[in-house]
Design a protein around this ligand. Structure first.
Ligand code: GLN
Ligand code: ZN
Length: 751
């Protein structure tokens, strides 16, 4: 039955297009500027280009079904017929995009981060009543499409266990129900799919099970064994590759070893071979080329790993550690990068070439045409001294009560002070001006005039609306991480290095490649200008060290902790300079604090400890009379409340639209501190969701604040939106903030 597994492969490939062709096609379709046929044609061409390119590069086995119009987890839900009733529609694409993005009067499904990456997936809803049915159209058509080009492919699917573990229980499910309870029914559908693929003549199928690299209960592991035992036992099926990436399989490895699957893909960049000997008799698809970073592979190390694994299991194929979805397409296009740096980098195309080259070296075919691989690269050495320095005494600030008194004296804020999270709308004009500046069409001075004009406007609006702590609006920032990367030594930024974040949204993560230093102040000029326009306090606005690192590609020759501490050093210097410039309130955002949390519990406490230490180092140089704010979002903040508390910021604003009640209750109750003191400092639970264009009424905001006042003392409650306002229009923002200020004013009268 089984054909042998190809010598080289990748677990997945970017799909947005080298020039973000899919993004443009999607947005044109959503806005009604193009039709379905046009969208499908762009998608078809992207798939064709990818398969042809992988074949040209000499890759042994190419994946299919890695394309997606929005998200591969959502695709899996569709494949299984798990489309919630309220989204059903005669047109399948309409239903699909309604789940992904919402529709008139219909909010989308929840979206959250894919493991510890910055990619977001759509969370399927599964209930006891969900009726599963097979819709194999997409994987089958991709197989046929590639075949028409003369190429055989390996369909890739999210595996049944990971699919259910990532799903959430549908509303109305009885207590104690978990989507994994439906495993038998789901496996039955996967079984039928495998039958259909076998009938189509498909030789191998890849089932992705990254959920297996996190801690799993014995019951979950038993479910894995049952599911793959059953799928493996089917008479009519392709050979099965189970791919577990982003870490070590650990205790799930012997479980998979006992199942009849033919191959297992291991992440040997983040994980180790472990008990790989147990997989003897299967093919080990050895992920030695990282899909998570942009560094060239150390050839000798990778080869040594491959040989060691081969010795223990016999059959080895060379692969990437995970899908290449998380890296940009092609470093050759980055002609603006320092050639020395460029020589150390590998994006998706280069990584494919590395996989192919390693596969050739592994078989040591004499005279074979071996693609050139780089020798191991020398990396700049650690400046140990600086790093140790940053471990200097923690804190340095007086206890909160002392600080609060000094700040009250200086800032003279009213009860329930109103503020915002930092950014104001980024106008099309500003974006165009930034592009023109980059293209050399306008000069620095003209651009800066625009930035100043925008600051003047934003300050005037906030004064008019009666806000208490103002912001300059961040008009000079393209992005809250890239802006800092452009101003710090040790970072490079790319021109075409787009990586999909969700749907049509992409980011260009900066590349942190050397020791981080701040050659000069980064934000002081703008903060000082804003402060010169008003007598109210202006809040300086910085991105925290963990977030800057989380949203960059980071050098791998230093422990992450040391890199974060270097960035914390730079932020600390900036805090001091802002303070010296007379800025009395400084916000240091850490929205990505939760994202870097290790997938296994064993590493979590240590991570949180150094992450918190880095934040405190970044902020503790501030005097007691300077008020430090922090802001967190995107994350399930309630999972890391103790760490948020330990940041020791004077004021913390949290995105809480989705779990408002819970976050508030826990933060106010004392659980967060774990010592009965509770979250005893300023707290700003967002009073409205900025991700929606809806303008909240003053009554609604007043009600929310009253609710908050039941658990947070009035002298500690802050009033602010959920997150930055940059994606909204000036009109929406002014209307919303007017109502927010009005609600605060009404409440002040009564307290
Ligand atoms: N200060 C940033 C802003 O307002 C914070 C963004 C964020 O939390 N993601 O845009
Ligand atoms: Zn936010």
């Amino acid at each position: 039955m089984t054909s042998s597994f190809p010598a080289s492969t990748v677990l997945g490939y970017p799909r947005i297009g080298p020039d973000r062709e899919l993004k443009r096609a999607l947005e044109a379709y959503w806005e009604g500027r193009s039709d379905r046929a046009a969208l499908e044609e762009v998608a078809r061409r992207l798939r064709e280009d990818t398969w042809r390119r992988l074949a040209e590069l000499g890759l042994g086995g190419s994946p299919s079904n890695t394309f997606s119009y929005y998200d591969h987890v959502l695709d899996t839900a569709v494949l299984l017929g798990a489309v919630p009733e309220r989204y059903r529609h005669d047109d399948d694409l309409t239903a699909y995009f309604a789940m992904a993005r919402g529709a008139e009067g219909l909010p989308p499904l929840r979206m959250t981060k894919w493991f510890d990456t910055n990619y977001h997936y759509i969370v399927p809803e599964i209930g006891p009543e969900t009726v599963f049915s097979l819709d194999a159209a997409k994987p089958l058509s991709e197989v046929r499409e590639a075949r028409a080009l003369g190429l055989e492919t390996r369909p890739v699917l999210v595996g049944p266990v990971t699919f259910l573990l990532l799903s959430q229980a549908a509303a109305g499910s009885p207590d104690g129900f978990a989507p994994l309870d439906r495993l038998d029914d789901v496996v039955e559908v996967y079984g039928r799919l495998l039958g259909a693929l076998a009938a189509e003549g498909v030789g191998w199928v890849q089932l992705d099970e990254p959920a297996l690299v996190a801690d799993r209960t014995p019951a979950e592991l038993a479910a894995v064994e049952a599911a793959y035992g059953r799928l493996g036992g089917l008479a009519e099926r392709p050979a099965l590759l189970v791919a577990a990436y982003f870490g070590d399989l650990g205790e799930a490895l012997p479980v998979l070893a006992r199942t009849p699957v033919e191959a297992v893909a291991l992440d040997l960049v983040r994980g180790t071979p472990g008990d790989v000997g147990l997989l003897a008799g299967k093919t080990v698809v050895a992920g030695v080329v990282s899909g998570r970073d942009v560094w060239r592979t150390d050839r000798d190390r990778a080869l040594a790993t491959l040989r060691a694994v081969r010795e223990r299991v016999g059959r080895v194929a060379v692969a990437t550690s995970c899908s290449l979805l998380h890296v940009p397409y092609d470093v050759e296009r980055e002609t603006g990068l320092d050639p020395a740096l460029r020589g150390r980098l590998a994006f998706a195309e280069q990584k494919v070439a590395e996989v192919v080259g390693l596969a050739h070296l592994l078989v040591e075919r004499p005279g074979a045409d071996v693609p050139r691989l780089s020798a191991p690269q020398a990396r700049p050495s650690t400046s140990g001294a600086r790093v140790t320095e940053t471990r200097a005494p923690e804190g340095g600030r007086a206890p909160y009560a002392v600080r609060a008194a000094a700040q009250a004296e200086r800032l003279k804020l009213p009860l329930l002070p109103v503020t915002t999270i930092g950014s104001f709308p980024q106008t099309e004009e500003l974006r165009r001006a930034r592009a023109a500046l980059a293209a050399g069409e306008i000069g620095e001075a003209a651009y800066e005039d625009m930035v100043r004009a925008e600051i003047e406007h934003v300050i005037a609006v906030q004064e008019r609306l009666g806000l208490d702590v103002l912001v300059h609006g961040e008009p000079e920032r393209n992005d809250m991480v890239q802006y800092f990367a452009e101003h710090l030594d040790g970072f490079a930024v790319t021109r075409h290095g787009w990586v999909q974040s969700y749907g049509s949204r992409c980011t260009r993560p900066p590349i942190l490649h050397g020791d981080v230093r701040r050659p000069e102040p980064m934000t002081v000029r703008w903060a000082r200008y804003a402060q010169s326009l008003t007598s109210r306090p202006v809040k300086g606005m910085l991105t925290g060290p963990v977030t800057i690192v989380a949203w960059s590609f980071v050098r791998d020759d230093l422990p992450l902790r040391d890199v974060v501490l270097q960035v914390a050093d730079a932020v600390r210097e900036e805090v001091r300079d802002l303070e010296e410039a007379g800025i009395g309130v400084i916000q240091v955002d850490e929205p990505a604090l939760r994202e870097l949390l290790p997938l296994r519990r064993a590493g979590q406490a240590a991570y949180l400890e150094w992450a918190v230490a880095a934040y405190r180092w970044a902020t503790s140089g501030a005097g007691d009379h300077t008020q430090i704010h922090t802001h967190l979002c995107y994350s399930d903040a309630d999972q890391i409340l103790a760490a948020i508390d330990a940041l020791d910021a004077d004021v913390t604003s949290v995105e809480s639209a989705r779990s408002r009640g819970r976050v508030l209750a826990v933060m106010a109750s004392g659980v967060a501190g774990g010592d009965g003191r509770g979250f005893g400092r300023g707290l700003g639970p967002g009073v409205y969701d900025i991700h929606s264009p809806r303008v909240p009424g003053a009554d609604e905001v007043e009600r929310l604040l009253e609710e908050a006042l039941r658990v947070v003392p009035a002298d500690r409650l802050w009033v602010n939106p959920d997150c930055g306002l940059k994606t909204r229009s000036h009109e929406q923002v002014e209307a919303a903030l007017a109502n927010v200020a009005e609600a605060a004013a009404r409440l002040r009268e009564r307290h």
